[in-house]
Design a binder for this molecule. Sequence first.
Ligand code: FE2
Length: 253
Amino acid sequence: MTWLQVWTETAQIVKPTRYAVGVVARHSCAAGLNSAVPPTFTIPSPRTDVRTSHTSEKMPDMADTNRLKSFVRDFTDLIDDVGSDESRILNRGAPLLANLIAHDDWLPDPFSEPHPDHYQQYLLYCDPRERFSVVSFVWGPGHETPIHDHTVWGLVGILRGAERNTEYTRDEAAGAPTAGAAELCSVGDVTKVSPTIGDIHRVSNVSDAPSVSIHVYGANIGKVERRVYDEATGSEQSFISGYTSDVLPNIWS
Ligand SMILES: [Fe+2]
């Protein structure tokens, strides 16, 4: 089965368009890893194998969702303050995310459950104006994303495990995307992405256990048209990821 066949079966494909991208910015993660990546990948399967509304009955009472509520409040204040100023959002938002992932007692278990075959993306919160969204990405051992872009600013913080972030460059006239630096991101690290500072990468779980990272994006990311790229052929495919789950954590109880 080709990468396109796999992708078509599991994501919402939309009409392809061209898009210029750059290099993913590096921040707290350790650089210098082998940039070679496996030619195959697994992709998320939106809204499958998920808990439904009954999930709330199974949520552990011990999760301190007040931390997530405080983060959402502070990030809303930030967006209210700086508007669409990407640089200020990333620079001031990164320490907010770092503070959130400094503790691992707030994410309810249903939003950190791995899938045996591919990574999961659980929506934790979306701003009512869709100015930002918060998502937990969960990878099982060996799972990785396809090479993909985001089209909006993003912050990624590692909550559990370790992930390899491999940067790619590509332009309108290019064929296959070119792998750049690979960096190891560990618990507490926060990285930034955007079309301005670099937007194409592949993320892999390099730990023996499930890894969990908390992502903040400048849109309702599950509804954003984005692209995946085939490393061998250079072909691209538009997609809309959706989300794994129909429910969100109750941060208001
Ligand atoms: Fe990404």
